[in-house]
Design a protein around this ligand. Structure first.
Ligand code: NAD
Ligand code: UFG
Length: 336
């Protein structure tokens, strides 16, 4: 089966593409490289010994996107491409709405023109906002608290409307919790084009000497050690979640929503301590103010995905730190 992977050069897209190639799929990647490098695709091909087709195309560029569909006999699409920095989305809401929503509208309308209706979409746990309780189930109320989260929420609604308008669409919304870690080879990993905002890459940068000190955003949350709790999921487990989802929806078409998380939460201090143990480095940190928009506790109930996709996570927090550290120390400057 030939798949189109939008955003395939990025962090989650590259890990998923690698697993899909290993599973025997033919892959076409569309990415405008606004937050990634083509080197990730070169390394995936090296690691798998298989080739893929890459188009440096922006989803906002309808004409060139159409050309990709005209040239390639695509059967299904996994749609990762989007802007994802919460803080930046607050400062540049129009860019976020335009890129994420218009990009998705272009993609879906071109898919429809070519009679392609199988789509897996990268959504986020951020659509739940501050949950009234944990673990979070898929039917919890949705209440995103920032423009980035609202783009995900709006795209989910658009895709639901699309499915309701025509049941030949076959759509899965995957709500990721906190993806971390890297491929076990240490050859591919997360390498954003600007400074990372997420905890694990920031810890890794302090460990490798690229950053001097980590700020822990608040230690007065109602959690055992006062710091925020999240459901960290190894990016390779997340990647296999996409393969399982594809198997499911190809066999049994419909409209699906799945949480992809481990079901276990770790606090910021627990993550720092796990990383210190694995890397043998002391992570210098200071306690700062709470970061605006952050919530105390967020972790998934992944039971639906476990049951319906026959998917479960294999990697624990130590594996996540080991693989993150390997990637960071072998590639201190990312793909450069
Ligand atoms: P990433 O930035 O590494 O990957 C996204 C890719 O999309 C990049 O390679 C970027 O160049 C590309 N892209 C962006 N806009 C594009 C456009 N208009 N046309 C073509 N390419 C474009 O991010 P990621 O962490 O791999 O995230 C992948 C998806 O998962 C995103 O949709 C993100 O919102 C979602 N997600 C990520 C997280 C996370 O913490 N990493 C959590 C939940 C959901
Ligand atoms: N944190 C710090 N210091 C930092 C960075 C983060 O203490 O320098 C803390 C945060 O306060 C939070 C935890 O580490 O308690 C995790 O923060 P991240 O920024 O790594 O992740 P978030 O949970 O805030 O958000 C991430 C993605 C979102 C996505 C969400 C899904 O950035 O895009 O997970 O749950 F929507």
């Amino acid at each position: 089966m030939k798949l189109l992977i939008t955003g395939g050069a990025g962090y989650i897209g590259s890990h998923t593409t690698l697993e899909l190639l290993n599973a025997g799929y033919e892959i076409v990647v569309v990415d405008n490289l606004c937050n990634s490098k083509e080197e990730s695709l070169r390394r995936i091909q090296q690691l798998t010994g298989k080739s893929l087709v890459f188009y440096n195309v922006d989803l906002l560029d309808r004409k060139n996107l159409d050309t990709v569909f005209a040239r390639e006999s695509i059967e299904s699409v996994i749609h990762f491409a989007g802007l994802k920095a919460v803080g930046e989305s607050v400062k540049m809401p129009l860019d976020y709405y335009y890129n994420n929503i218009t990009g998705t509208l272009n993609l879906c309308s071109i898919m429809s023109n070519y009679d392609i209706r199988t789509l897996i979409f990268s959504s986020s746990a951020t659509v739940y906002g501050d949950p009234h309780t944990v673990p979070i189930k898929e039917d919890f109320p949705l209440n995103p608290t920032n423009p980035y989260g609202r783009t995900k929420f709006m795209i989910e609604e658009i895709l639901k409307d699309l499915y309701n308008s025509d049941n030949r669409w076959n759509i899965a919304l995957l709500r990721y919790f906190n993806p971390v870690g890297a491929h076990g080879s240490g050859r591919i990993g997360e390498d954003p084009n600007s400074t990372p905002n997420n905890l694990m890459p920031l810890i890794a940068q302090v460990a490798v000497g690229r950053g001097s000190i980590l700020t822990v955003y608040g230690n007065d949350y109602p959690t055992p050690d006062g710091t925020g709790i999240r459901d960290y999921i190894h990016v390779v487990d997340l990647a296999t979640g996409h393969l399982k989802t594809l198997n499911k929806i190809v066999k049994d078409p419909g409209f699906y929503i799945y949480n992809l998380g481990t079901g276990r939460g770790f606090s910021v201090l627990e993550v720092i301590s796990a990383f210190e143990e694995i890397s043998g480095k002391k992570i210098k940190y200071t306690i700062g103010e709470r970061r605006s928009g952050d919530i105390a506790i967020c972790y998934a109930d992944p039971a639906r995905a476990n049951r319906e996709l026959s998917w479960k996570t294999y990697f624990g927090i130590n594996d996540m730190c080991v693989d993150m550290w390997r990637w960071q120390s072998l590639n201190p400057n990312g793909y450069e």
